[in-house]
Design a protein. Structure first.
Length: 544
């Protein structure tokens, strides 16, 4: 609206003044008038220069050369102070103020040269002042809009849109400048470690809220910081002026390790680097700070892992204690019942002695298995061919398989497979699995023991033709006290699993309902023997 008004009023005023001069004065005055108008038109094309604006105002005000009233002085001063204040820059303000002063002096000189002052001339003078004001306002408006656009562009280029802190690129640029100035600095890199998991749990809106809160707390806690930046994601950077290193460390520890986690619920890790002690360049400082932050993360990971391991140990101990109490309570209840009957009714429990002894034996066996599972046992490891161990297992269970009406098939690997083992313990594992296979089948079923090599490991597969295990129960197979048998303790497979793990191996189970189950034991082949085996296989392939 202002621009349109200026474009309409300025030409009309020029035309009005031209006609007035033609009517009232001679041709020389008209020539001067046209020259002044030309200056006005030329200066209007260059709105950004203060001296040009001053010339423009002087040309306009010079048209009011016949005015002589005192209110013109007041109007001059008001406009001068107003425009000088709005420019907010001393250099430009001086030029504007000077242009008004020169215009006023020129006007006063011309006014004193002509004693005849008429209302028409005074009105024309006032209109010229109005035009000068609108033209000046237009210049200030354009200047203000340009400044706003420039400031907005600078914010977009240099600031993070979410937190208002410096972005990654601007941070690097300013850090480089600070280092060139040889300031003693402390660079701190900050990582909000738990924010990624919180984003997945609570959503990005909550994550963004926490990022803003972290940024605001950093601004309040470090108002004297040279630089505060968000380096992308959940990482921040902080550059402080370093006077006392101990004071810096105390401030960081108080804020990053105590106050910030308490107020946001986020676990913070950070790393620091000092200039010039830790590095003389931006990249060196950042590398040192990242290494320091990694060491803090590593300590935090180890502490969490230790806590999780302790929690898992307590959980396992609780499960074992609960299972043990349950298994022992049943025979104790039986024995207690017989003793109470015998004491109160003088009942002869001699016919039940055998049952009582069986229950006591069961408790003894149960505690023995529990001790075997829980304590670290001394093992005698030697490098032996795995086939020797499997041959012994076959010999030990073959007679029982025939007695129960089962078929037993052994498929050995054609070459020796030396394994670092405690043979007695490994035989205990394999016999336990084979006996479980017998118990899972009807007479006439078949158990297959297969030996092979896969990815440098010796594989033992023991497969039965039983009813199978439901898929949702496979993960519970190796848990203590899990059993599907009426007389089982549920510790057998747990003990087997523990022994295999002690051999640096692993156990897996595959099952299909109605078809059977396969227990797979994987054991590492002795390293030197594995190399010899590989060379032997290669030579055979070449000869073939």
């Amino acid at each position: 609206m202002t621009i349109v008004l200026v474009r309409i009023t300025a030409p009309l005023l020029v035309l009005l003044i031209t006609l007035y001069v033609i009517i009232e004065y001679d041709v020389s005055s008209l020539t001067w008038m046209l020259t002044a108008s030309g200056i006005l038109m030329l200066t209007s094309a260059l709105p950004g220069k203060p001296i040009v604006s001053g010339a423009r105002f002087a040309s306009l005000l010079a048209f009011a050369y016949t005015a002589k009233t005192d209110w013109l002085l007041i109007l001059f001063l008001m406009l001068a102070f107003l425009h000088a204040h709005e420019l907010k820059k001393p250099f430009k303000a001086k030029w504007v103020f000077a242009s008004y002063g020169m215009s006023f002096l020129l006007l006063q000189w011309i006014a004193h040269s002509f004693a005849n002052v008429s209302p028409v001339k005074t009105a024309i003078c006032g209109l010229c002042f109005v035009a000068a004001y609108f033209l000046t306002y237009h210049y200030l408006d354009v200047h203000s809009r340009n400044k706003q656009l420039i400031d907005a562009n600078l914010r977009l280029v240099s600031q993070d849109p979410l937190t208002g802190l410096l972005n990654f690129q601007e941070f690097h640029k300013r850090l480089h400048t600070l280092i060139q100035l040889e300031n003693h600095l402390a660079l701190v890199l900050i990582d909000c470690a738990d924010l990624k998991s919180m984003n997945s749990e609570m959503g990005f809106l909550e994550g963004n809220r926490l990022l803003k809160k972290v940024a605001e707390l950093m601004k309040r806690s470090f108002p004297d910081a040279y630089l505060l930046a968000r380096c992308g994601g959940d990482e921040f950077a902080l550059v402080l002026h370093r006077i006392d290193e101990e004071e810096i460390l105390q401030r960081l520890e108080q804020f990053l390790e105590k106050r910030l986690p308490e107020m946001t619920g986020i676990q913070i890790t950070y790393g620091k680097a000092l200039y010039p002690e830790n590095g003389r360049s931006k990249d060196e400082l950042i590398q040192i700070a990242e290494e320091d932050m990694f060491m803090m993360k590593r300590k935090l990971w180890l502490k969490r892992e230790e806590h999780m391991l302790r929690s898992e140990q307590l959980r396992v101990v609780g499960e074992l204690a609960s299972g043990m109490a349950h298994e022992i309570r049943n025979p104790l209840t039986t024995i207690k019942g017989f003793l109470q009957i015998s004491k109160t009714n003088h009942y002869n429990i001699e016919p039940w002695y055998e049952l009582i002894l069986d229950e006591i034996t069961r408790m003894s066996d149960l505690t023995g298995e529990f001790l075997q599972l829980s304590r670290n046992q001394t093992t005698m490891y030697e490098v032996e061919p795995l086939q020797h161990c499997l041959q012994r297992v076959k010999a030990l269970v073959e007679a029982e398989a025939i007695r129960l009406g089962f078929q037993l098939e052994y498929l050995p690997y054609p070459k020796p497979l030396p394994v670092w083992m405690d043979q007695d313990k490994l035989i205990q594992v394999l016999i336990n699995i084979v006996k479980n296979a017998f118990e899972a089948m009807e007479p006439g079923g078949k158990v297959t023991i297969c030996n092979m090599v896969e990815h440098g490991q010796a594989i033992i597969d023991i497969t039965d033709e039983g009813k199978g295990i439901p898929e949702d129960k496979l993960d519970e197979i190796f848990l203590p006290f899990y059993t599907t048998k009426d007389q089982g303790t549920g510790l057998g497979l747990s003990i087997c699993h523990r022994i295999v793990l002690d051999h640096k191996g692993s156990m897996e189970v595959f099952s299909e309902l109605g078809k059977g189950t396969t227990f797979r034991v994987k054991l590492p082949i002795h390293a030197e023997s594995a190399e010899a085996l590989l060379l032997s296989d290669t030579e055979e392939q070449v000869n073939a």
